[in-house]
Design a protein around this ligand. Structure first.
Ligand code: NAD
Length: 263
């Protein structure tokens, strides 16, 4: 299926590794002009080279912390100066630390909201005026299954990501008259370095082996395995495509059946 996004200008936030990188890769394979960003220069530029070498498409890299309003503004301006616009925006960031309510202070919640909710608001606010002007746009907000089915040990994530779903739904309603769709992706457990780090920390805390960590997770997933980053990326590629022009306001879990609720 031709997704119809060749030469579209795409900004994928937080994309030097993991899900963001897989999404940038996939959209670059589709022929989009892809801009990636992260805070760590070395890995970011290595990722840029890796993607460009494989796909032959235009790939740019900007160092930016998505929590920082002025850095996000500067990056979006540089992208607009070079490409004239941003047509597809994927809001992503790192994840907040795992833990239960009594392990965190109000300040920890503030940081989680800045990382996962306000970075999304910030990126959207910078890009929406261009999308409105061109009367075309695609926004994908990356959240987690924890927004639909809270995970007990991820209280910071549960809190911040539910906010992202509310923001996305409201935005989808308000931007629909401009031909802009806004959808959220709720990934389930997916094999990225972050999950490998979580497995390591599980073992270091003496809770069991890394194999136990993966075994517990697999038991909670009807399809019996973790997802691959490419499987999340393919769902994103469809939702930002011309083929998905009538889909907006959706929060789609890509989770092997992990979420048990109807919605
Ligand atoms: P990851 O840690 O492997 O990758 C995160 C990426 O974001 C890296 O490129 C990192 O450099 C970049 N980044 C982090 N903080 C940033 C910041 N402040 N500014 C700019 N760039 C920043 O994580 P991942 O597994 O790819 O997950 C991505 C997001 O999806 C996270 O929020 C994570 O919690 C969430 N998520 C992941 C899974 C999973 O199983 N992997 C499941 C559900 C939700």
């Amino acid at each position: 299926m031709d997704l119809g996004i060749k030469n579209r200008v795409v900004l994928v936030a937080a994309s030097s590794r993991g899900l963001g990188k897989a999404i940038a890769f996939q959209l670059s394979r589709e022929g989009s002009k892809v801009v990636i960003c992260a805070r760590n220069k070395e890995r970011l530029f290595k990722t840029r080279e890796e993607i460009a070498a494989e796909t032959g498409s235009v790939v740019r890299a900007f160092i930016a912390d998505v929590r920082d309003k002025s850095q996000v503004r500067r990056m979006v301006k540089q992208v607009a100066d070079e490409f004239g616009t941003v047509e597809i925006l994927v809001c992503n960031a790192g994840g907040p630390p795992a833990g239960l309510a009594d392990e965190f202070t109000v300040e920890d919640y503030r940081e989680a909201l800045e990382l996962n909710l306000l970075s999304t608001v910030n990126l959207c606010y910078e890009v929406i005026p261009m999308m409105k002007k061109q009367r075309w746009g695609r926004i994908i907000n990356m959240t987690s299954v924890s927004a639909k089915q809270p995970i007990n040990t991820l209280i910071l994530s549960n809190t911040a990501r539910a906010g992202v779903l509310g923001f996305s739904k409201s935005l989808s309603d308000q931007l629909a008259p401009y031909g802009i769709t806004v959808n959220s992706i709720c990934p389930g457990y997916t094999r990225t370095e972050r999950v490998e780090e979580l497995a390591k920390s599980f073992a270091e805390k003496g809770k069991g082996t890394t194999e136990d960590f993966y075994k517990n997770i697999k038991e909670s997933i009807p399809l019996g395995r973790l997802g691959a980053p490419e499987e999340i990326a393919q769902a994103v590629a469809f939702l930002v495509s011309e083929r998905a022009a009538y889909i907006t306001g959706v929060s789609l879990q890509v989770d092997g059946g992990f979420v048990k609720g109807l919605f």
